[in-house]
Design a binder for this molecule. Structure first.
Ligand code: NZQ
Ligand code: ZN
Length: 379
């Protein structure tokens, strides 16, 4: 087991009605908030009204930025940050899924440090601070509610990249599963895939960490058991709650302690599809994880089989990969690029972007031939 520091300062409020505690939290931070949200789902599921009422009841004044898109872009971050700077806000309140909360994390740094979003994302500017961020999560998937990571796109540089810094943990995150009951079937499935993929990125990372491995298995088991039930009963509060908590734990370092690193090669591969075709994040992962594992069979079959034994009771890498493909299909997420409308003619531009972005993986190093083989398997 490697040395590690366990640090997670996010105060997570989980369960029915927890947004009733948001007013107290915001009042202890300041008097003016920048409220950030996406294209309007939060106006329908009650999360926006509940949050605004909490802020107004405490006399907190509000400026707003809405319209954050899925696969968020840095130009929106800069626009929102300028509203926050001009409004001299004390905090940022994000209501939505990963795209909104990720954007808000960078917005909060840009306001505090008076810098551009891309300088933060690329590491050109090291954050000195951040406006406190309160998150109200409406979609279970990314784990952003309890981690210090943001992922953004830049259309000037052809990139979709992630950035992590300690100042980016939300100060408070409010997770009421009832707000996720309105998530449509496709994004519900993508969220389930995303949480499984996060557990897998940890599993295939470097270093031996037995307890962290057991957490990985427990999280994926929860998804395999509850995911299909949820897909049949999208408004079931208990299923929503269980998937939501699993997603948080899949990427809040629970699965990482004691390892050298995760892998993240599949995420890198997936980001190229999101960048080029706006493919939903989770869909890119159900397309690439089986293909990536098929390529990995030659290099490290034992690690795959170990997973299959624990999860599906099977004894070969091929059967393990088939187990994951079946699961992704069962929840309704694509396992081939064609199912997401991506054709063989696009293979060249996909590989070009992967090459330009130097998509490799931290532990399993991918070269040009690996990428070509994986894309071929994924088509
Ligand atoms: O824009 P609105 O109207 O809010 O609609 C959203 C969006 O269309 C909708 N939605 C959200 N909550 C809803 C809802 N619809 C109905 N009812 C609700 N309660 O769902 C759509 C997708 O939202 P989005 O925020 O894009 O999804 P997700 O949470 O999956 O976030 C994906 C983004 O997070 C990044 C991804 O790359 C992608 O950009 N990731 C962030 C990570 C992190 N910060 O740690 C790690 C992940 O690996 C991932 O890369
Ligand atoms: Zn992910």
């Amino acid at each position: 087991m490697e040395n590690f520091v366990a640090y997670n300062p996010t105060k997570l409020h989980f369960g029915k009605g927890v947004v009733n505690e948001l007013g107290d939290a915001a009042e202890s931070i300041g008097k003016k908030a920048l409220v950030v949200y996406g294209k309007g789902s939060v106006l329908k599921n009650g999360s926006y009204n509940d949050t605004i009422r909490q802020l107004k009841d405490r006399g907190i004044s509000i400026v707003e930025f809405n319209g954050i898109k899925p696969n968020p872009v840095v130009t929106d971050v800069d626009e929102a940050a300028s509203i926050g700077k001009n409004g001299k806000v004390d905090m940022v309140v994000a209501i939505g899924g990963g795209s909104v909360i990720d954007s808000a994390k960078i917005i909060a740094i840009c306001i505090a440090d008076n810098v551009n979003g891309w300088d933060v994302m690329t590491g050109k500017h090291t954050p000195a601070g951040s406006k406190p961020l309160i998150a109200v999560l409406t979609l279970a998937a990314t784990g952003t509610e309890m981690n210090p990571v943001a992922v953004l796109q830049n259309h000037d540089t052809d990139q979709k990249i992630g950035f992590r810094h300690e100042v980016m943990f939300p100060v408070h995150s409010f997770l009421d599963p009832k707000y996720t009951q309105s998530v449509p079937a496709n994004y519900t499935a993508y969220g389930i895939v995303d949480l499984v993929a996060h557990a897998l990125e940890a599993w295939f990372g470097e270093g031996e960490a037995n307890l962290s491995d057991r957490f990985v298995i427990a999280i994926i088991r929860e998804a395999i058991e509850i995911g299909p039930l949820l897909m049949e009963d999208l408004e079931n509060y208990d299923y929503r709650a269980r998937i939501m908590w699993a997603a948080t734990n899949a990427l809040n370092d629970t699965t990482m302690h004691g390892r050298v690193s995760g892998d993240w090669g599949v995420h890198g591969l997936g980001h190229t599809l999101s960048y080029l075709y706006d493919t939903a994040h989770g869909a890119t992962l159900s397309i690439f994880f089986p293909a990536w594992m098929k390529r990995l069979v030659e290099k490290n079959p034992d690690r795959i089989t170990q997973l299959g034994k624990s999860l599906f009771g099977v004894d070969s890498p091929e059967k393990t990969i088939a187990g994951f493909e079946d699961f992704f299909k069962k929840v309704g997420s694509p396992v081939r690029a064609a199912e997401a409308g991506i054709t063989r003619e696009q293979k060249g531009e996909i590989l070009d972007l992967m090459s330009k972005q130097k998509v490799r993986g931290i532990h399993v190093d991918l070269d040009e031939q690996d990428r070509e083989a994986i894309v071929e398997l994924a088509l």
